[in-house]
Design a protein around this ligand. Structure first.
Ligand code: PHE
Length: 466
C-alpha cells in the first residue's frame, strides 16, 4: 500500500459499511428479547429515544473525530492536538481486539448452523440443546471432547473476514457490504412475512405494538441505552476509523441519521419477526435473548413452522451476514491502527492478527462447555470471582471497555477538542447543522453522565447493560 490513505469509493459504500458494522448479532438476538422483557412497544419507544438523544450525537462525534484527523483510533487524538488522550484510543483498539476474539467464534457457530439446518435439521430438532452442546464439546453422556466442529467453523469464518480485509477498504470492505447488506435486508423481509403470517402471530404483534409501562423501571431505560451503544458500534475503534476514510465533502449528520435509522429498523424488524414467531409456536414466555436462545430455543420455532427448515437456513444466513459485516469492521479498526502506527504491511498484519485472535477465541469456545477454564472478575457486589473464561471476556468488554471508551470520546470531544471543533468538522461541507446547541449540551453533560451511570451499574452493581 502506498502512503495515501484509503477512501470509500462512494457514499453508498460508506453508509452500507457503517450500517453493516452496526447491524450485528446485537440487533437480531439481543434486541427482540430485551424488547419483550421491556414490555414490547414501550421498550421500542424508549430505545428510539436513546438512539436519538445518545446514539446519534455519539456516532456523529466519533465520525467527525475520524474525518477531522484522517487517522486511526489511536493516532486520531495526536493528530487533533491532544496526544494525552490517546489512552481512549488504546482502550478502543484493545476492546475491539477482545471482542473480535469471541465475536468471530460465535460467527463460526452461526456458519455451522447454516449447514446444520441445510443438511441435518432433524438432528437439531431431535435434541436442540444436546446438539448445541455437542458442537461445543459436551456429549449427551456428560463426557467432554475437543470442540473441533465449532473451531473448524470459526476458522472458516475468520478466513472470510481476512480475505475481505486484505483486499482493502474499497475493494474489500465496501464491495462486500454492497452485496451483504442488500442480501440481509431481503432475507429480513422474507422472514418478516413468514413470521407475521403464522397462525397465532397476532398476539405477538399486538404485544410489540402495545404499551405496558408497568414493565418499565430504571434498569429498562439503562438497558435500552446500553443496547443502543452496543448496537450502533459506539465506543470501539470502528466509527473513528470508518469516518477517517470519508471525503470531506460528505454530509456527516445526514449520513449518521441514515446509519442509525437503518440499524434501528433492523433491530425493530427482528423484534417483529422473533416475538410473533415465538408467540405463535412455543408461547409467549419462551421469548429469550442471546446465544442460548438463538441456537437452542429457536429450533422449536422452526420445527413447528411450515417450511421451517428453509426459514431456518435463511435465519442463520441473516445472522451470518450481520456477524460478518460487524466483525470485518472490528478487524479493520485494529488493522488500520497497526499498519499506520507501526508501519506494518496490510496483508501480513491482517493474517497475523486474525490468526492470533482466532487462537485466543479458541479459549472462548473451549471454555463454553468442554473445559473448565476460568477467568478473573472483580465487582463491588460479588467481590473477586472466577467466572468461566468466556464470560470474563464478555464482562471485560461489555461492562468496562465499551463504556470507558465511549466516555473517553465524550469527554474528549466535549472538553478537550471542544464541541465547536466537532461542529466545524460536521459543517465542513457547507451544510448548516441546525441542532448544534443541543448537540454540544448532550456531548458535554448529558451523555457523560448517562455513561457514568452505566459504568457505575457495571462496577458496583455487577450488571451488564450492553
Ligand atoms: N454493533 C454490533 C452488533 O450489534 C456489535 C459491535 C460492537 C460491532 C462493537 C462492532 C463494535 O452486534
Amino acid at each position: 500500500m502506498d502512503n495515501s490513505r484509503a477512501q470509500w469509493g462512494s457514499k453508498l459504500g460508506f453508509i452500507l459499511a457503517a450500517a453493516g458494522s452496526a447491524i450485528g448479532l446485537g440487533n437480531i438476538w439481543k434486541f427482540p428479547g430485551r424488547a419483550y422483557e421491556g414490555g414490547g412497544g414501550t421498550f421500542v419507544l424508549i430505545y428510539l429515544c436513546m438512539v436519538i438523544f445518545f446514539g446519534i450525537p455519539l456516532m456523529l462525534t466519533e465520525l467527525s473525530m475520524g474525518r477531522a484527523s484522517q487517522s486511526n483510533v489511536v493516532g486520531c487524538f495526536r493528530k487533533l492536538g491532544h496526544k494525552g488522550w490517546s489512552w481512549v484510543g488504546w482502550i478502543g483498539v484493545v476492546g475491539a481486539f477482545i471482542i473480535t476474539c469471541y465475536y468471530s467464534h460465535v460467527g463460526g457457530w452461526v456458519l455451522r448452523y447454516v449447514c446444520s439446518y441445510a443438511f441435518e435439521a432433524d438432528a437439531v430438532y431431535g435434541d436442540p440443546l444436546g446438539y448445541f452442546y455437542n458442537t461445543l464439546g459436551l456429549g449427551a453422556d456428560g463426557t467432554t471432547h475437543f470442540p473441533w466442529v465449532a473451531i473448524v467453523f470459526a476458522a472458516l469464518f475468520m478466513l472470510c473476514n481476512a480475505v475481505v480485509i486484505v483486499r482493502g477498504v474499497e475493494g474489500g470492505i465496501e464491495k462486500f457490504n454492497k452485496i451483504g447488506m442488500p442480501a440481509l435486508f431481503v432475507i429480513l423481509v422474507i422472514l418478516l412475512v413468514r413470521a407475521v403470517t403464522l397462525p397465532g402471530a397476532e398476539e405477538g404483534l399486538k404485544y410489540m405494538l402495545s404499551f405496558d409501562w408497568s414493565k418499565v423501571n430504571f434498569t429498562t431505560v439503562l438497558s435500552a441505552l446500553g443496547q443502543a451503544f452496543y448496537s450502533l458500534s459506539i465506543g470501539m475503534a470502528i466509527l473513528i476509523t470508518y469516518g477517517s476514510y470519508l471525503p470531506r465533502s460528505e454530509n456527516l449528520h445526514r449520513n449518521t441519521v441514515l446509519i442509525c435509522t437503518m440499524d434501528t429498523l433492523v433491530a425493530v424488524l427482528a423484534g417483529f419477526i422473533i416475538v410473533p414467531a415465538v408467540f405463535a409456536t412455543l408461547g409467549a414466555d419462551h421469548v429469550g435473548k442471546g446465544g442460548g436462545f438463538a441456537f437452542v430455543s429457536l429450533a422449536g420455532v422452526f420445527q413447528q413452522m411450515p417450511g421451517g427448515r428453509l426459514f431456518g437456513v435463511l435465519f442463520y444466513l441473516l445472522l451470518l451476514f450481520a456477524a460478518l459485516t460487524s466483525c470485518i469492521s472490528l478487524i479493520e479498526g485494529i488493522v488500520a491502527f497497526l499498519t499506520e502506527h507501526f508501519n506494518w504491511k496490510r496483508t501480513a498484519t491482517t493474517i497475523i492478527v486474525c490468526l492470533v485472535m482466532f487462537l485466543i477465541g479458541c479459549l472462548y469456545t473451549c471454555s463454553q462447555a468442554a473445559y473448565p477454564l476460568k477467568g478473573l472478575w472483580l465487582d463491588a457486589v460479588n467481590g473477586l470471582t472466577h467466572p468461566a473464561f468466556c464470560d470474563a471476556m464478555e464482562f471485560l468488554t461489555d461492562r468496562l471497555m465499551i463504556p470507558f471508551c465511549a466516555l473517553g470520546c465524550c469527554l474528549f470531544a466535549g472538553w478537550a477538542w471542544k464541541p465547536e471543533s466537532a461542529i466545524a468538522e460536521i459543517e465542513h461541507n457547507g451544510v448548516h447543522f441546525g441542532l448544534k446547541k443541543v448537540y454540544a449540551v448532550i456531548i458535554r453533560f448529558v451523555a457523560p453522565l448517562a455513561i457514568m451511570i452505566i459504568l457505575g451499574m457495571s462496577i458496583f452493581g455487577g450488571i451488564t447493560l450492553s
